[in-house]
Design a protein around this ligand. Structure first.
Ligand code: 5GP
Ligand code: MN
Length: 313
């Protein structure tokens, strides 16, 4: 972490890059980092391929991220919550053209693609960013704490996931100490829905199948499903949780159509490992939550995933 703090202290202008199809952890971590950079008198601009899901944009600290000011010159780039360079999407070009590169992440599958790499074994990248902010000596404030809380909530299931540690809870308490209005963030992100999200979930539940004596649950959504409800990919965020919640299910996956095939989200019970499974298909992630893209038609994509699961079940 010292290396990354030095990297930051020596620079003046920074591109802060989030991963494609941004989630709460990559955006919350990026927003917190940009606030911290600004507190140090640095200039920073956020870069990301893909639309910000509507719910997140309702949180002022994330909305600010989207509107972060444009820089004329960029000499330093920092990736947040990005396990491999391809997860930058179209921002990879900017990264490759930047002189000084660094990253802060929490994926075991991280490929160490930057010059300065900090990869922490934590349940959210936001916790690693909190450590960085402490290392920099930047005082935690309301905006930073709220941005980090968005990341924590997204990646730990609001501190409910099986691997959540005492350290995670103690770090989250530091955020609560700043009166972050946690209930407002949770209500916006997790307790408010839209008709299109509910319709999509309904469609996904119609497509739901069980395999291997109920140990595997999977479903899909095609582009036509999204179009029918004027929905975007982030509107189906809860679909994988529906699959995962079914009694006796050890593996679940949800695939959604993308221009070059199907994007898979996978989850498993603690005795299994979907990070390795997805990595073998060119993707990655965490042991219990990972993803990959399969360049094939729907039936083939499902068969490939079921075959992979049958090898480890
Ligand atoms: P989700 O299923 O929620 O989109 O992603 C679960 C986890 O897997 C996240 O940590 C995400 O960053 C990672 N992940 C999802 N898809 C991919 C992928 O295609 N490649 C890699 N390397 N990681 C992925
Ligand atoms: Mn993350």
């Amino acid at each position: 972490m010292k290396n990354l703090a030095e990297f930051i202290l020596q620079g003046d202008n920074f591109a802060v890059i989030s991963h494609i199809s941004p989630d709460g952890d990559t955006m919350g971590s990026a927003a917190a980092l940009i606030y911290a950079l600004e507190k140090l008198g640095k200039r920073a601009q956020w870069f990301c391929e893909g639309n910000v899901p509507e719910d997140y944009a309702k949180i002022p600290q994330i909305e600010k991220l989207v509107k972060s000011k444009k820089l004329e010159k960029i000499e330093n780039a920092i990736c947040v919550d990005i396990s491999s360079a391809d997860r930058m999407g179209s921002c990879l070009q900017l990264f490759n053209n930047t002189k000084n590169t660094a990253q802060i992440d929490h994926h075991a599958t991280n490929t160490m693609f930057a010059k300065v790499n900090v990869v922490r074994d934590r349940n959210a990248c936001a916790f690693a960013v909190l450590e960085l902010i402490e290392e920099l000596g930047v005082e935690l404030d309301y905006d930073i704490a709220r941005a980090l809380f968005v990341g924590v909530c997204t990646d730990t299931g609001r501190l409910s996931h099986v691997g959540v540690t005492k350290e995670d809870v103690l770090d989250t308490a530091k955020l609560y100490a700043l009166d972050i209005k946690h209930n407002e963030i949770i209500a916006t992100l997790f307790q408010t829905s839209t008709l299109k999200k509910i319709k999509l979930k309904g469609r996904a539940s119609q497509h739901l199948e069980l395999a291997f004596e109920g140990k595997v649950a999977y479903t899909y959504l095609d582009s036509t499903d999204y179009a029918e409800f004027s929905a975007q990919s982030s509107d189906s965020e809860g679909v994988i949780d529906m699959c995962k919640s079914i009694e006796n299910v050890c593996f679940s996956f949800f695939i959604r159509q993308v221009p070059n095939g199907y994007k898979a989200s996978m989850r498993c019970k603690p005795e299994y490992d979907v990070a390795t499974l997805c990595a073998s298909l060119g993707g990655g992630g965490h042991k219990l939550a990972a993803g990959c893209t399969i360049e094939a038609d729907r039936e083939t994509a499902i068969k490939i995933l079921l075959d992979k699961i049958s090898e480890v079940l």
